[in-house]
Design a protein around this ligand. Structure first.
Ligand code: UDP
Ligand code: MN
Length: 451
């Protein structure tokens, strides 16, 4: 039976579902999309389950945007007298809420039929569950509603940027046996979720020193899991969301800096020594000040939350830990010169450049699987030919990217062909692959730590 029928056949124990306060923060949202959001909440939810809709106007240019909507039943509008960002705005809304369950939505959504019941049911059964709908897509160009796959969950790489990922084969199998069952997710997208109000308060709401947008979903995801709760996606609940290419609002402080600051706060409080993998992946973040985190560390201590290692082992074992595959990270040196990306990216060549000992373009990892990596890019032998220029390609673990070191001398030889990384023509063509010869100084590489 197709799974929407299974969802539709579900019976809800209406008498025992708690009512909720819906909290929507917005900054300069288009009136049409904001109205679409609130109208869908009112029309697609059982009346008695919506206690109120709290709109937090985060100091939009036009105060009338919110005021006009306050004429609609159940809508309360709170307006910030300065720009606070979505975290502090949501907390304001949550503090004002009268219902025992909080439902957070973005300001450009459309709630679908029966979106609310399955979410409230899960939280009513266990208030330590934090639950999300499947987030369908509202086209940014036509505003059409497009169903999304329910075989996805939220994850991230060591750059700590949220991404959707496919469920494993085993999880998909078990989902296909019962497509209505909840999907445990390591991370939530962040904009749309339901949480018990007392639990939200007890867990420490949000980090009030995060600004504007970003990183708060990472922080609340780590916090919920590490402090004894769980995160779920409920496939029978569907809400559309307008995914946009860029933020249609200003970022006081600059978007890159704000995002890095928020992410650092999450990493510094929750990730223990694993935060170093984040800094290895996003070296520029190390220079962004992140303020005082003592309050959040205190919270973590008071709630007796588990270490990040526990989270990795129990919640997100799929996230590969770099150290287990990295045997060396640092410079690849020949005298005072270092192997350097020369600022090139995909398909670019590499060359020698005077060592500057600050990592950056001169930071390379040799993995135990034979890759020579700079971030996601690997040194690749594009074809087997002596004198061929070595290029950087996305690491895919293919044979053309496998090298090994031969001692003495520190030659870096291709794993299949008898060619070695050679700097003899670096001024014209960068590093090339030449016939291996332990007599050539231009093939001898020293591994050193950059800092
Ligand atoms: N928002 C806000 N204040 C801000 C930035 C964002 O109230 O300073 C609101 C925004 O209007 C939206 C929600 O926070 O309702 C999430 O932001 P956005 O939709 O831009 O994030 P995305 O969905 O693109 O991750
Ligand atoms: Mn959004």
């Amino acid at each position: 039976m197709p799974f929407f029928f299974r969802c539709r056949r579900k019976k809800w124990d209406y008498a025992n579902l708690p009512a909720t306060s819906v909290i929507i923060t917005f900054h300069n949202e288009a009136r049409s999309t904001l109205l679409r959001t609130v109208v869908s909440v009112l029309n697609r939810s059982p009346e008695h389950l919506i206690k109120e809709i709290i709109l937090v106007d985060d100091f939009s240019d036009n105060p009338r945007d919110g005021e006009e909507l306050s004429k609609i039943q159940k809508i309360r509008v709170i307006r910030n007298d300065k720009r606070e960002g979505l975290m502090r705005s949501r907390v304001k809304g949550a503090d004002a809420a009268k219902a025992s369950v909080l439902t957070f939505l973005d300001s450009h959504c459309e709630c679908n039929v029966n979106w609310l019941e399955p979410l409230l049911e899960r939280v009513a059964l266990d208030p330590t569950r934090v639950v999300c709908p499947v987030i369908d897509v509202i086209s940014m160009d036509t505003f059409q509603y497009i169903g999304a796959s329910a075989d996805l969950r939220g994850g991230f790489d060591w750059n700590l940027v949220f991404k959707w990922e496919y469920l494993s084969y085993a999880e998909r199998e078990s989902r296909h046996r019962d497509p209505t069952q909840a999907i445990r997710t390591p991370m939530i997208a962040g904009g749309l979720f339901v949480i018990d109000k007392k639990y939200f308060d007890k867990l420490g709401k949000y980090d009030m020193q995060m600004d504007v947008w970003g990183g708060e979903n990472l922080e609340i995801s780590f916090r919920v899991w590490q402090c004894g709760g769980s995160l779920e996606i409920i496939p029978c609940s569907r809400v559309g969301h307008v995914f946009r290419k860029r933020h249609p609002y200003t970022f006081p402080g600059g978007s890159g800096n704000v995002f890095a600051k928020n992410t650092r706060r999450a990493a510094e409080v929750w990730m223990d020594e694993y935060k170093h993998f984040y800094y290895a992946s996003v070296p520029l973040a190390k220079n962004i000040p992140y303020g005082d985190i003592s309050e959040r560390l205190k919270l973590r201590n008071e709630l007796q939350c588990k270490p990040f290692k526990w989270y990795l082992q129990n919640v997100y074992p799929e996230l590969a830990i770099p150290h287990s595959t990295t045997s060396h990270t640092g410079e690849l040196r020949q005298g005072i010169f270092c192997l350097d990306t020369m600022g090139h990216l995909l398909d670019g060549y590499v060359a020698l450049y005077q060592c500057h000992h600050t990592g950056g373009n001169q930071e390379w990892s040799l993995t135990s699987t034979g890759l020579i990596k700079h971030h996601d890019l690997c040194l690749t032998l594009p074809n087997y030919m002596k004198g061929v220029q070595i290029v950087m390609r996305i690491c895919d673990g293919s044979e053309s990217q496998k090298w090994h070191r031969i001692e003495p001398g520190g030659l870096l030889r291709h794993s299949k062909y008898p060619v070695c990384l050679d700097s003899r023509s670096t001024d014209i063509r960068g590093i090339t692959a030449e016939r291996c010869s332990s007599a050539s100084d231009s093939q001898k590489w020293q591994l050193t730590n950059s800092s």
